[in-house]
Design a protein around this ligand. Structure first.
Ligand SMILES: Cc1cc2nc3c(=O)[nH]c(=O)nc-3n(C[C@H](O)[C@H](O)[C@H](O)COP(=O)(O)OP(=O)(O)OC[C@H]3O[C@@H](n4cnc5c(N)ncnc54)[C@H](O)[C@@H]3O)c2cc1C
Length: 460
């Protein structure tokens, strides 16, 4: 008989934890899981899924406007925030139940409780009960961080609260330049709010291709979002029913809501990591090896708590790989290269692989193919927008190493381009593929002329 109560205890019932628990149970392990808030975690409860529902809601604004050019007369459209939030909450509640049922059907015992480690094999739940586990998986995700503590920061909300506002604010100031800040700017603006985005860096979406960043910013500004860069919020002053937001530039902006989307930090605090011998990496997440094993032999960590690539599909893959490695007799390393990503801004961004800047620093020769054009739909709608499609090619091998798109459907297109890039497709393979007309995606296979070519600069 084993000395342990279970083979696996999973701390955190989000994307990574739920997948790991289910697969481990399918491999025959006895599994328990603790979730302190709601099953499904950030993605389902207050991340990807509710966000995309709000994005859909916001996009109707543009659709109603565009319809006129196609002959439609749309009566003055009105929007009701309460209906949207109630319908969204209903769907999120349904998904949460689905997650619970999946775990139950897999034979996983769920504790609706916070859990902490007391040593490398012992997990304590909130009522003080202790469980001895042969293995522990830390999948506690991350939490919004408010950055430097400025006066009045307690008045600011994060994305967590943005999903539950009692009403749509009329004027919103968002601090941050990452994808969550940019997406919420589009959501609030699309639903009718005046939005100002304040970001301390030079331009939004650090880490994305520079032309993508520039293109998106221009389009956001064209559609009424005020983007203030090189600037931070220094104080939030409560003035009756609204706020006065003080900026480092010396300006003040009136706002009904102030949102901070200034990054997320891994949930590593007060977990008992030290007691269990689990070390923290330089990136602030739990330190893990390529199999997601921590510095304690019996403990693994997956997903945002490791701060590798903080995306749902990555957390799911890592959780699955962990279960296969430890309980399935199939050691599996997750490949973190060429992970496609999207920003559900207005217009949308999709990206996979190297940016132009990264390629030029890495490759002997970088070829850039680029198309910027007015989409067909905009000809009749009259919408002032352009699409950017950009391929980055390794000039020596002809391999396509990056694909970056700004425009309607960018995320869907990049998911498919990612398959080709993962398969090491060359530019010649793209060119040999027949175009599908009339689409935006056909540009991917019809760009014949290089827009630029660069030799790597000799290192000093
Ligand atoms: C606004 C927003 C939008 C996003 N949009 C996208 C997107 O479009 N696409 C995408 O791929 N990713 C998106 N993400 C990121 C995605 O949500 C995360 O990468 C993903 O949820 C990580 O999964 P995880 O399992 O690591 O952690 P989580 O899903 O965060 O799950 C961790 C769980 O652990 C629980 N927990 C924490 N500590 C304890 C404890 N001590 N005991 C018990 N339970 C505990 C938490 O309550 C939580 O439920 C978004 C995130 C946010 C915030």
């Amino acid at each position: 008989m084993s000395d342990f109560d279970v083979d696996l205890f999973v701390i955190g019932g989000g994307s990574g934890g739920v997948r790991a628990a289910r697969i481990a149970a399918q491999h025959g392990a006895r599994v328990m899981l603790a979730e302190e808030y709601r099953l499904g975690g950030t993605c389902v409860i207050r991340g990807c899924v509710p966000k995309k529902l709000l994005v859909y809601a916001a996009r109707f604004h543009g659709e109603f406007e565009d319809a006129a050019g196609f002959g439609w007369t749309v009566p003055h459209a009105t929007f009701d925030w309460k209906t949207l939030i109630a319908n969204k909450d209903k769907e999120i509640g349904r998904l949460e139940t689905v997650y619970g049922t999946l775990l139950e059907k897999s034979g996983v015992k769920v504790f609706k409780s916070r859990a902490t480690l007391t040593d490398a094999h012992t997990v304590q739940v909130a009522n003080g009960d202790r469980v001895k586990a042969a293995h522990v998986l830390i999948s506690t995700g991350g939490t919004p961080s408010y950055g430097d503590k400025i006066p009045g920061v307690e008045h600011a909300i994060s994305s967590n609260e943005a999903f539950h506002l009692p009403e749509l604010p009329r004027r919103v100031v968002i601090q941050g330049g990452g994808y969550i800040a940019v997406e919420f700017a589009g959501i609030f603006a699309g639903l009718g709010a005046h939005v100002t985005l304040v970001y301390r860096g030079e331009n939004i979406l650090r880490g994305f291709d520079d032309e993508v960043r520039q293109h998106l910013r221009m389009d956001m500004e064209k559609h009424g979002i005020r983007v203030v860069t090189g600037c931070t919020i220094t104080a939030i002053e409560h003035r009756g029913a609204h706020y006065s937001v003080h900026l480092s530039s010396g300006n003040h902006i009136p706002a009904d809501k102030v949102m901070f989307a200034t990054g997320r930090v891994p949930n590593v605090a007060k977990l008992g990591l030290k007691e269990a011998g689990v070390e923290i990496a330089k990136n602030g997440g739990v330190a893990v090896d390529e199999y997601s094993r921590t510095t304690a032999k019996s403990i693994y960590a997956v997903g945002d708590v490791t701060n590798r690539i903080n995306l749902t599909p990555v957390a799911i893959r890592e959780g699955h790989a962990f279960a296969d490695t430890v309980f399935g007799g199939k050691p599996t390393i997750v490949d973190h290269v060429n992970v496609p990503t999207a920003v559900f801004s207005e217009p949308e961004v999709g990206a996979v692989g190297l940016t132009e800047t990264e390629a030029r620093a890495k490759l002997q020769q970088t070829d850039v193919y680029k198309a910027m054009f007015r989409p067909l739909k905009a000809t009749l709608s009259g919408r002032d927008t352009t699409v950017l499609v950009k391929l980055i090619v390794d000039g020596e091998t002809d391999r396509v190493v990056g694909c970056h798109i700004v425009g309607e459907g960018a995320a869907e297109m990049v998911q498919l381009a990612a398959v080709a890039i993962k398969m090491r497709a060359t530019k010649a393979d793209f060119d040999a593929t027949m175009a599908l007309h009339p689409t935006i995606a056909e540009e991917l296979v019809t760009m014949r002329t290089r827009s630029a070519t660069y030799a790597r600069e000799a290192a000093e």
